[in-house]
Structure formats: structure tokens, C-alpha cells
Write a protein that binds this ligand. Structure first.
Ligand code: PLP
Length: 385
């Protein structure tokens, strides 16, 4: 069995063409192309409503958002931030870009997210924050992590790149932690081609995040700054970055947001079809979301019996013109820039090492046809036996 046209691991959704092109004309006519323009501010408000959150700041990528989130918390230079190795490179990179020390801790076998016990074991007097990832949209053990953070006076920033719309017992996932990052990269469920956002509950963080996103240029605050005026030396108050999302991409997002719910429903049917076909096959397991968690339908990960089987299935799929992904393999702790850290030893990360060796993300998008799903599963079966 070989597909004539390649089946890719995802197929990004695009906005309605006519509506988007109308908005493009609006942007051109407005003469305002970036720097918190009308489309940008409207998308911020629309996303905040969609995710049922109060404070949301857009960024031009998830990575710049995550870097800025850690910066906004003023963590002591050289302090340690505990994170998971079972994630995309952007997660530990955000720590390193802030001149903070990356400390990897192991994951739990069932959720594949940072283990609360492993976090506790990794804490030292030099620990300042925890950066867990809701990997594949599986919510972390947020209550346990909140308890640890309170007990040790640590900040928590969540990487929710995979968890757009995820809720836990009806509560938005961004309700936990000091700051939550979402990615709107094209491979993510909701996209602005490139983009991201930070969600936070402390309104005071908003001004700081706003400034960091725009080179650290100070926002004039009539209450604080009126008496003296902004002195020239205070005009730039922080070492910011250019994290601004432009008007065309914001317009793209505004139109696309109307279609996310439909895409999730379609992906739900694809997931059901996969689950039904995979149910009777020995040697492959579909991880279950923790109870009370809603599905973001970002990825469809499966676990094989062994690394040898996973690799054989991956190769068979490739031969059949199907591009699955060994996501996340290798672990971030195996990247040359991190492999020499004391916490990167595989003896420190046995569960992550095991899961990374057996996981595969199958092609997953709303447009995936029932016949194609059946053919993909047939190829998987041939690789397991
Ligand atoms: C995609 C992703 C990011 C980075 O987002 P970008 O928008 O591509 O910069 C960060 N963390 C995880 C886990 C991701 O999957």
C-alpha cells in the first residue's frame, strides 16, 4: 500500500479566502500595518473572549512569548528553572535565552507531563521557577504543581502550545500558573501563520509584558507618570524584544478563529475512527486524557511496545508515503547544547527516555478521509507484526 500523494502529519487550516482578502484591503487602506493596530487589538479581545480569560497579550511567535514570559517575572540571573525534556526545543531555549539554568526533571508515564515528585526532587535553594508543558494537550498535574510552587515560593509558567481551548472540569487551563503561553504557529490548531500569546491573571504583569513585547519602551501611565512626565532616560525601561504581531497576520487569525470549532469537531471524528481501528491491535496504545480534561485535538500520539517496533512502523509508513512524526524524539536533554547538564543523564529521566523511544504522532487533521485512516492503520499493523 502506497499513497499516491503524501499524507503529512498535519494540514493547517486557512481562513475563508474572501473574508480574509477583504480584511487585507482594510489593512492596506488603514495605512497601519503593525504596532498594536486595529486588527491586532480586535484579535486580542476576540481571543480573550474565546478562551474565557481576562488578560491576553499577542506575540509574533510562541517562542518570543515564552522568552518574554520568563523575562517578565524578573527571575534572578543564574537561578534554576525546572522543565520537561519531553517537549519542543523552544521550551528549554526560553530558559537559556534568559540566562537562567535549565534543569530537566522526569515526566509521568500516563500524562507524559512533568512529574510532581520529580519536580520536588529537583528543587534546590537556587530554583526560581517551574516551566511545565501541557504536552499534546494533556493537562499537567496542575494542582500538585501549584502546591509545590506555593510551598517553595516558585513562579510557574505553562507552555500550552498544544492546549488551545483545553479545560479542566470546565475551567480554562490558563487558570493555573503565573503565565500561560499559547502558540499560533501554522502547525498548531489555531494559527496566525506565526504567532503566540501570553495569558496571565495578575493585571500588573500586563503593562510589563506590553513593554517587553515592544523593545521595553515605556507605556505612559497617567497616574504614575503625570507629575514628572517621562524622563528621557526612562523612555526605555527594560530589555525588551520585538514580539509584535502584524496586522495581516492578526486579520488572518480573526477570520480563522471562526473555523476552529468546526476543525476540532472534524478532528474529533478522525480521532474516534483511529481509536476504533486501533483498539484490537496488540502492541499499540492510545494514551487517555486525564478525567475532566477536554481534548484540544492538537495531535494524535500513540505508544508502541518497543522502540524497534515504533521505528519499523515509522519506516513502513514512510515507504507508504505517510509522514508520521517521532515527536518528541530525541528528548531536549539529548540536544548537544543540553546533553552535558547534570540533569540530562538518562538515569535522571527514565520515563521520558522510555516514552520518547516508543511514541509516534500519526497524521491528524480534519480533512483526513476515513479510507485513508483505514489504509494508515493497515500499514501500522504490518509494521507491528
Ligand atoms: C510550537 C511550540 C512552541 C513554539 O511556538 P512557536 O510559535 O513555533 O514559536 C513552544 N513549545 C511547544 C511545546 C511547541 O510545540
Amino acid at each position: 500500500m502506497k499513497f499516491e500523494k503524501p499524507i503529512l502529519v498535519t494540514k493547517p487550516i486557512a481562513p475563508d479566502r474572501e473574508e480574509f482578502l477583504r480584511r487585507v484591503e482594510e489593512v492596506i487602506d488603514s495605512g497601519w500595518f503593525t504596532n498594536m493596530g486595529g486588527q491586532h487589538n480586535a484579535l486580542e479581545a476576540e481571543l480573550a473572549r474565546y478562551l474565557a480569560v481576562e488578560n491576553l497579550s499577542l506575540f509574533n511567535s510562541g517562542a518570543t512569548a515564552l522568552i518574554s514570559a520568563l523575562k517578565a517575572l524578573d527571575l534572578p540571573v543564574g537561578s534554576e528553572v525546572i522543565t520537561t525534556p519531553f517537549t519542543f526545543a523552544a521550551t528549554p531555549h526560553a530558559i537559556a535565552w534568559n540566562a537562567l539554568n535549565v534543569v530537566f526533571a522526569d515526566i509521568e508515564a500516563d500524562r507524559m507531563t512533568l512529574s510532581a515528585d520529580a519536580i520536588e526532587r529537583a528543587i534546590t535553594p537556587n530554583t526560581s521557577a517551574i516551566l511545565p508543558v501541557h504536552v499534546y494537550g494533556f493537562p499537567c498535574d496542575v494542582e500538585a504543581i501549584e502546591g509545590i510552587a506555593k510551598k517553595h515560593n516558585l513562579k510557574v509558567v505553562y507552555d500550552a502550545a498544544h492546549a488551545f481551548t483545553t479545560e479542566l472540569d470546565g475551567v480554562p487551563i490558563s487558570n493555573w500558573g503565573d503565565i500561560t503561553m499559547f502558540s499560533f504557529h501554522s502547525t498548531k490548531l489555531f494559527n496566525t501563520i506565526e504567532g503566540g500569546a501570553l495569558v496571565y491573571s495578575d493585571r500588573n504583569l500586563g503593562k510589563k509584558i506590553y513593554e517587553l513585547r515592544n523593545f521595553g519602551i515605556k507605556v505612559f501611565d497617567p497616574d504614575e507618570d503625570a507629575s514628572e512626565g517621562i524622563k528621557n532616560k526612562d523612555f526605555v525601561s527594560n530589555i525588551g524584544i520585538n514580539g509584535k504581531l502584524n496586522e495581516l497576520q492578526a486579520a488572518w487569525g480573526r477570520v480563522l478563529l471562526k473555523e476552529v470549532g468546526t476543525e476540532q469537531k472534524r478532528r474529533g471524528l478522525v480521532a474516534d475512527a483511529y481509536k476504533e481501528l486501533l483498539a484490537d491491535i496488540d502492541g499499540i496504545a492510545v494514551p487517555e486524557l486525564p478525567s475532566g480534561a477536554s481534548n484540544s485535538f492538537q495531535y494524535f500520539p500513540v505508544l508502541f511496545r518497543s522502540e524497534a517496533v515504533r521505528d519499523r512502523v515509522y519506516d513502513r509508513l514512510l515507504a507508504g508515503n505517510v509522514f508520521s512524526r517521532k515527536y518528541f524524539y530525541p528528548l531536549c536533554s539529548d540536544f548537544s547544547v543540553y546533553e552535558n547538564l547534570p540533569s540530562s543523564r538518562s538515569s535522571n529521566l527514565p520515563v521520558a527516555t522510555d516514552i520518547a523511544g516508543r511514541v509516534l504522532c500519526l497524521p491528524f487533521y480534519g480533512d483526513l478521509q476515513a479510507d485513508d485512516i483505514r489504509s494508515i492503520v493497515e500499514i501500522i499493523k504490518s509494521g507491528i507484526d
